[in-house]
Write a protein that binds this ligand. Structure first.
Ligand SMILES: *[C@@H]1O[C@H](CO)[C@@H](O)[C@H](O)[C@H]1NC(C)=O
Ligand SMILES: *[C@@H]1O[C@H](CO)[C@@H](O)[C@H](O)[C@H]1NC(C)=O
Length: 315
């Protein structure tokens, strides 16, 4: 067994598989309570079908997100560190949730602006770190040159490939780019790592700056008191509406949050969560039981979640 996994690790590195966008969250399991990702949340839409690929050369190598599984499991990496985990719905071009450990003691420190994108959503062979658009377009250009993907095909152009794989900064219409994992729950580099387009979804501006912002502050200032660790999962309920007519980027109907407060050896002390409609008149309902939140989410999520839908493994 050991030999086999060492062997496969060796093979994987030989093949250049690096694992930001991977088939699972193995590289960032410590973002989750008991290292257990949320189970049963199988609501992602498939990767959109390519328009017309006739006459395209090497589509399997050159098309963005070719045959890619949805959801994508993103271990959010900036530089050499992993900071949190994001389950990304490729069909709706929004994250379904981000999971992280809060920096309980740290003074919140909003670093930078939302500039980054996830290269491996475009091609699994691109670099594993989130990066800004200028840098990522140059990586796509290099990939195209190395793989003979001719940019005379519109589908192979750098901007098209990036926009096919994820929501771009100008795809949010009148909505805010609402963080799931908020910058204000971290400091320095961990805060900066939240500034990526795979960690934001279209959020009503009044909700974002009003009740949701107040709830995020309460999580940090009140609800994490007396906790040694605070495991947090913030997600969205995908909605029936889209930012634009082409149904590129989905507008969530709700934002939700669940937290698990533990002592320093991961014994649960308390847990709870919140749910609010993504509207200007949003009110955020708080729960002091994750089970109650899960019951509400079961009513809202379409298609129906699995019976084993479970945000935390026993908190
Ligand atoms: C984008 O990132 C690169 C590399 O990290 C950096 O050199 C460059 O200044 C950044 N560009 C912008 C516009 O932020
Ligand atoms: C607040 O939320 C609750 C449950 O989500 C709902 O029943 C209630 O009508 C909402 N109140 C307002 C004023 O929207």
């Amino acid at each position: 067994m050991v030999t086999l996994s060492l062997l496969s690790l060796g093979l994987l590195s030989l093949l250049g598989v690096r694992g930001e966008v991977a088939p699972n969250f193995d590289n960032c399991k410590d973002s989750f309570f008991k290292m257990t990702p949320v189970s049963g949340l199988n609501v992602a839409l498939p990767t959109p079908i390519k328009p017309n690929t006739q006459g395209l050369e090497k589509p399997e190598k050159c098309l963005s997100a070719y045959n890619a599984a949805s959801p994508a499991y993103i271990c959010q990496r900036n530089g050499n560190n992993y900071y949190f985990a994001t389950l990304y719905d490729r069909g709706r071009r929004i994250p379904l949730y981000s999971a992280y450990q809060m920096d309980i003691e740290g003074v919140p420190d909003r670093k930078g602006s939302i500039d980054n994108y996830e290269p491996q959503l475009v091609h699994p062979d691109l670099p594993p770190q989130q990066m800004n658009k200028t840098k990522l377009l140059s990586e796509i250009k290099k990939y195209n040159q190395n793989n003979g993907c001719l940019e005379r095909s519109p589908q192979y152009r750098q901007n098209y490939k990036l926009g096919w794989s994820q929501a771009l900064d100008d795809n949010f219409g009148s909505y805010d780019r609402g963080h799931l994992n908020p910058a204000g729950h971290h400091k320095e580099d961990a805060s900066k790592a939240t500034m990526t387009h795979t960690n934001v979804a279209p959020q009503d501006g009044k909700m974002n700056t009003g009740p949701w912002n107040r709830y995020e502050k309460k999580l940090k200032d009140d609800l994490s008191k007396d906790c040694s660790k605070m495991y947090v999962v913030t997600g969205v309920v995908p909605g029936d509406t889209w930012v634009d007519q082409n149904e590129r980027v989905n507008v969530p109907s709700h934002y939700w949050n669940a937290y698990c407060c533990t002592d320093n050896i991961d014994n649960p002390l308390k847990s709870g969560g919140a749910l609010g409609p993504n509207t200007a008149l949003s009110n955020v309902t708080e729960y002091n039981s994750v089970t109650d939140l899960e019951t509400e989410l079961r009513k809202l999520l379409v298609p129906k979640v699995d019976n084993n839908f479970n945000i935390f493994n026993g908190c």
